[in-house]
Write a protein that binds this ligand. Structure first.
Ligand SMILES: Cc1ncc(COP(=O)(O)O)c(C=O)c1O
Length: 417
């Protein structure tokens, strides 16, 4: 028998592109005792979780629930439930997570059309409209915040466009929900999925999702209740059976809805955590949370720029909660990340594909969208960069970030007067 030491991970400040440190309230909620999956207290908590996520997604959609999986599971559930083999799917790709959607759509048997924007930029509505017009897809699948490039795709016009060309619109908000504005109903988003481990201040492992009426109709056409629990009343829909059992949104809706038809066993501790994430956000207020993310993100970006570092990408479209910064010439990017981690206990991120080794990504999100996290990270990074021979402006980053916070406090005081 091999017996290992007790669980004792090192203390870390997670300032990468996510995961981030979970809010202690979420961790406490996850340690709450379990109840059975059909216990009235549990089904009441499921209903509360739905009500909370309606507020988070800014929707009246009945179906605002959790997929028991990491955010990628939410994407898979959305796509496998909407896409039938041969369907045309349009994916605007402006980073790694666009490629992920294209790949998942292909696995669902879709005919995928990709349009590409240079990494560090986003699409104009006109570019997306031109592709909708030319290709007439059944589904438009787009990221809101693509963490790999730190860019935020504006979505407000896309719902209207998708409807004009008779396409459904699916959006992945894993990296952006809770820190950047999102209005599922106003923007006419048919299906939105997310994750907890970024601006929602939780661990990965649960994927909140909201399903609008048009998506619901498309999914319910494909409803086939599992043998063994189906009754004579459960007539199969005319559409093709959804290819995944676990990610079958029709069966998951039957489980979360009045029928309470058994599907998986709800991941109770994750539900407690996801519910607490939404409760924290709703208590703070969405606008206040967006402002907190904006301020922390601005302070971090301005601090990095004050050091003399160059920011990556079109700053007009930067996500509030993460910034990309070029690794200065002659500096070993991985050595800097290692020293940040080993000497200061701070994690910052690298990136993928064409950006690997070129930029670092520094997040200020969820529980870590805080002044102390911003200042500590900037101070440590300045010290590590100097030790690694970078030519940077000294004693500029922290004062600049502090000035940002002072200005914001002053503006708030004036507004309150
Ligand atoms: C935009 C986006 N989508 C999807 C994912 C995948 O999430 P997960 O690792 O929780 O499956 C990530 C993870 O970083 C992401 O940033």
């Amino acid at each position: 028998m091999t017996v290992f030491a007790d669980l004792n991970p090192p203390a870390r400040l997670l300032m990468g592109p996510g995961p981030i440190n979970a809010d202690p309230r979420v961790l406490r909620a996850m340690a709450t005792p379990l109840v059975g999956q059909f216990d009235p207290s549990m089904t009441a908590l499921m209903a509360e979780t739905m009500a909370l996520y309606r507020q988070v997604f800014r929707t009246q959609n009945k179906w605002s629930l959790l997929i028991d999986a990491t955010a990628r599971g939410g994407i898979e559930a959305a796509m496998v439930s909407l896409i039938e083999p041969g369907d045309k799917v349009l994916v605007p790709v402006f980073g790694r997570f666009g490629h992920l959607k294209a790949e998942i759509a292909r696995r669902c048997g879709a005919e995928v059309v990709e349009i590409q924007a240079e990494w560090g930029t986003v699409f104009t509505p006109e570019q997306i409209e031109a592709a909708l017009k030319q290709h007439r897809p059944k589904l438009l699948a787009v990221c809101q915040g693509d963490t790999s490039t730190t860019m935020l795709q504006p979505l407000n016009e896309l719902g209207k466009l998708a409807r004009a060309y008779d396409a459904l619109l699916y959006t992945d908000t894993t990296a952006s929900l809770g820190g950047n504005d999102l209005r599922a109903d106003e923007w006419q988003l048919d299906l939105v999925s997310s994750g907890l481990q970024k601006c929602l201040a939780g661990p990965s492992g649960s994927a909140p999702i909201t399903i609008g009426p048009r998506a619901e109709e498309a999914i319910m056409r494909r409803r086939h209740v599992e043998q063994g629990i189906a009754t004579a009343a459960d007539v199969a829909g005319p559409g093709r059976r959804i290819a995944s059992n676990y990610f079958d949104l029709a069966m998951i809706m039957d489980y979360w809805g009045e029928k309470r038809l058994n599907h998986h066993t709800e991941a109770t501790s994750m539900l407690y955590g996801a519910r607490e994430c939404a409760k924290i956000l709703v208590e703070e207020g969405l606008e206040a949370a967006f402002a907190r993310h904006r301020l922390a993100g601005d302070a971090m970006a301005q601090g990095l720029a004050a050091m003399g570092l160059k920011l990556f990408g079109d700053q007009r479209h930067k996500m509030a909660n993460v910034v990309g910064v070029y690794i200065p010439d002659g500096v070993a990017g991985e050595a800097v990340r290692r020293s940040m981690l080993e000497d200061f206990g701070i994690e910052i991120g690298t990136s993928f594909g064409p950006l690997h080794g070129k930029i670092w990504r520094i997040g200020t999100m969820g529980y870590n969208a805080r002044k102390d996290c911003v200042l500590t990270t900037l101070a440590a990074l300045e010290s590590v960069l100097l030790a690694n021979g970078a030519k940077i402006a000294t004693n500029a980053a922290v004062p600049q970030a502090l000035a940002c916070y002072r200005d914001a406090a002053q503006t708030a005081r004036k507004a309150a007067d």
